[in-house]
Design a protein around this ligand. Sequence first.
Ligand code: ADP
Ligand code: MG
Length: 391
Amino acid sequence: MGLIVQKFGGTSVKSAESRKAVLNHILKAKAAGNDVVVVVSAMGRRGDPYATDTLIDLLREQGGKINPKTQDLLMSCGEIISACVMATYIEAQGVKAEAMTGFQAGILTTDDFGNADIVNIDPEPIQAKLREGKVVVVAGFQGRTRNNEITTLGRGGSDTTAVVLGGYLKADLVEIYTDVPGIAVTDPRVVPEAQFIPKLSYDETIAMAENGAKVIHPRAVKAAKEFNLQVRVKSTFDESEGTLVGPEASDLTICGISLTKDIAAAKYERGADFTEAELIKLQSISNDKTLYGDSSRQKVILLDEGRKDIGMSLADELKAQVSFLENMSKVTVVYKDTVSSKEVDDRITAILAGEDISVVAKKQFENCCSYIVEEDTAKKSVKAIYKAFFK
Ligand code: ADP
Ligand code: MG
C-alpha cells in the first residue's frame, strides 16, 4: 500500500477500447489499497479531434501569427478533455474520481510558453482529494505561471508532470504506461526484434532519451534522478513488467542505440577551423551544445534542420567559410561507464565501415558515443550495430 502515480500516453487514452485497458490498471492499483494519481495525455495523434496537433492546426488555419500564450491555452485543453473523460469513466465503475487541470493541481511553471519547466508543486490540492478516497486524474503537460497564465511543457511533457508530481507527493512508484512493453535497446519501429530491458539506471536512460529514444522524456528521467524516485515504463496493453528506471544499472555492455533525425551539420572548409567567436555564435542557435569532430579532428556543430537557414545567414554575416551538410542523423550508442570507450568506439567504427557507412563526425561522452551519419544510412547503422551486439 502506498501512493502510485500512473501516466498514460496519447495512444493509451485514444479510444474507448484502449481506455478500457487504462481503466484496468487504475482499478487494480486502487484495489490493492493504493492512493492513485493518474496523469493523462491528450487523446490520440494529429487528425484525432482532441489531439494536440489537431488543436494547433485550428489556430494555424486562422492565418497570421499565433500568440504563444493563446496556443498554450488551447493546447492545454487536449489533456483536460482526456482527464474529464477518464475521471467520468472511473466514476461509472462506482469508484470515486475527480479530474483536475494542471493549474488546479498546483503545478507552477516558468513562463516559457510552449516549453515551460515545473518550478514547484503544491501537493495540498491533490492530497485533499486523495483523503476523500478519490482517484485523482490530472491533465498532463501543463501548469500555470505566477501570473496565472496557462503554460505547456513541450513534447513529452506529461512524462515530466507524472514524475515531478510523484516527487512532490512522495510517491512510492511512478508508472509510465505507453504502447510498447518498456524501454528497448533501440526503437522497435526501427528494429522490431529489439530486446526490452528489465532495468536501467537514471544515467543510462538519460543518455538514451536525450538522443532520441522518445519512449520517455529526458526531463522526466532527470527529475526522477533528483527525487530518487523509481519509474517503471510499461505497456498499457499487456501485463509485462516493463523497464524499471532507478539507481541500478542494466546488465548490458551496450544498453541503448538511439537515433536523432533532421539535423544539419556545420563544418569549416578543409584546412581551417572555427574561431572562438564563430563557435559561440553558432552554438547559441544549436540545441546540441556539443562540438563534434570529423576524421581530421575538425570541429562540427549540429543544428536542427529547421535552424539551418539561420545558421547560414549567421555564417555569412561572420564571413566564415562554413558549409552546411543537410539531412544528417545522429546515432548514439550508450554503454556501461565501466567499459573502455575506446574499445566500444573501435568496434562500432569497424561495424559502420563494414557496411560502407561514412561517419561525418563523432564525439565520445562518459557513457555514450554519437556518430553523425547521412539520414539515409541512419537506420541501416542502427540495425547493423544492434545485430553486431545482440546476435
Ligand atoms: P506515449 O504517447 O505513450 O507517450 P510515445 O510515442 O511518446 O508514447 O513513446 C512510445 C514510442 O517510443 C514507441 O511506440 C516507440 O516507437 C518509441 N521508442 C523510441 N525509442 C524507443 C526505445 N528505445 N524503446 C521503446 N520505445 C521506443
Ligand atoms: Mg511520450
